[in-house]
Design a protein around this ligand. Sequence first.
Ligand SMILES: Nc1ncnc2c1ncn2[C@@H]1O[C@H](COP(=O)(O)OP(=O)(O)OP(=O)(O)O)[C@@H](O)[C@H]1O
Length: 679
Amino acid sequence: METPARPSGSLFDVYLRLRPSKANDARFLTVVDSEGSHPTHITIKPPTDDKRKRAVETFAFTKVFEEDARQMELFKGVGIVPMIEGVLGAPGHHGRDGTLATLGMTGSGKSHTILGTKSQRGLTQMALDVLFQSTGEQLVQSFYGAPAFTSLAAADVSEAHMFTATAFLDSMYGDNQSEARFSRAQTPMANTGSREKKDCSSFITNGGSRSNRIPRPSTLPQSPSVHDIDIPVDENAEYAIVISMYEVYNDRIFDLLTGTATKNKHPNLKRRALLFKSTEQSPDRKVVAGLTKIICGSFEEALMVLETGLMERKVTGTGSNAVSSRSHGFFCVEVKKRDAKRKGSWSSSTLTIVDLAGSERARNAKTAGETLAEAGKINESLMYLGQCMSMQSDQQAGSRNVVPFRQCKLTELLFSNSFPSSTRMTHYHHPQKSIMVVTADPKGDFNATSQILRYSALAREVTVPRIPSTTSTHIIASGPARIGTSSGRTTPSGRTTPSAILEELDAANAEIARLTAEVEIFALRLVEETARRKAAEASWRAAEDHMQDLEQEIRDECFADTEAAVDAERRRWQSALDSEQDSQQAHLDSKIDVVIKATKAQMRDEVKVYEDPDLELQDQVDELERENEVLRAKLEAKEREGQLKSASPVKKMRVLKPKKWEDPETGLRMGLEAMGFEE
Ligand SMILES: Nc1ncnc2c1ncn2[C@@H]1O[C@H](COP(=O)(O)OP(=O)(O)OP(=O)(O)O)[C@@H](O)[C@H]1O
């Protein structure tokens, strides 16, 4: 089987790296000898004592790296250098995005390959070193106040929160860790450049005095060295390197540079998921919106940012691997480029390095509860990735099926830039160049590993060993002496000669072998289809759960929003009412003031109040006055009579008069009584 040439529309160059295995189990994977050149094919055969003949599967990759392959061999062998060249862009041209990802069973060596170990750098550190070493003097300064900062922040299309490495690291590890995060549009501080730069260098070399959690680049591995790798850059351009990191955990995207783990001030703080969407400035290309992005001016700064993000990445121990990655980690290095003299607009291309979470069998991993659910999500997203990658090998076989990459966040993030952009609202983007390094343990879990190999390989062939012919067995058993005698045929009388029987037996054996091969292939397909069905069912259930979670989340959010809106409206209404009442009260007070003032003025001017006469009362008064007149007449008459009779009437009148004025009626009555009248 030839290694198929990578068609232009295919998604990845796929490399296989085998890890040295500590297991005592039998080896099920064999590298096919390629006579001097790099091997490209492997075969797998189930390690079983079963006497049945089992199918041998052969897989083709761009290259196969055996157990003894070193990190540098991989770095040079998988084509990262040309990929970095592409990201930097040819002189006068935009760069091209590149993606490097690792895929494999948990514990198969993905993180080892991509991030390295305590003594060896991974592909990420080497790629960063090459980038910084190549851009060298043409790299812009990375401190606030540096002329490029504002234009870099303004050129970002992803609604990012952009910081300099100095400010970011200071906020993470410095004594004055600022509680509040920086605002999005930071104002560059003028004339503080030299101080900031000085701070930064002391931070890197003397970081330990500030915080013992601070990653120290000097303690990180220095080998393998990449000093011999020199990529020519555009002499007339200036470059900026901007780093961001995020993870896809349970199909949601989380920023890894928020400092949640580093500051550890709010360990229970719920992280906010980010959206992968088109933005106002990037209408035809989806981007992860709202990420924290750090402008790095040196390799050391980039390493510190990387270590900070890795610290935040969710890592939980499982039965399969003591430090297993439970999320898909994305490390993005944006290379910005513009003309150094004209200082025009920045073009941007991104090198994305992806450490995929490992697939695992729940039974093996002894996971439970939340971790088991995580494993379900990981396997589900890897299943979708497998579907997309299978399309690649199907396309090799002439299929024109569309790659279904929108099924989950992982495949969307990995593949949405793999195709030419359909609209040209922004400048034309070449499809990204992608490299996938598949890692495998040749003595590990056969079923899980073979499944990954099946969907990731560029081509696959199944061969079923032929059942040894009974004829030859018979011949071998009978010995050469009999061969010469067995040349008879069916006679015209219908009697069968030994040679005819042997031929018939051979034909029957061939048919049996063919059918057995078919059965083997069908059995393999059945196993694959059953696994796919189970995975699809699991993903269906997971999708339903996720949908319910989402629905509940949306309900809660809507409820909270409505509550907040009602509350705000109520407060607004209450304050409007209060102010209305206040103004009415003020109006009333002013009116009363006016009335009081007018009343006082009237009183001063003795204003008289005229009232309408009451006619009925007037009648009564008239009546009473008339009666009074009559009584007075009678009284006068009686007085006159009394004067005539008494000796001193003057004295009596003196007594009567004052009483009459005090109370006419009482006085009158008393007077009448004194004079001897009864009512
Ligand atoms: N090629 C290799 N050479 C030496 N050691 C290796 C190699 N590959 C992996 N290992 C070791 O195997 C262990 C597991 O590897 P690693 O953590 O890279 O697995 P992984 O695939 O990233 O797992 P997970 O998906 O669970 O994160 C580590 O101790 C690592 O150092």
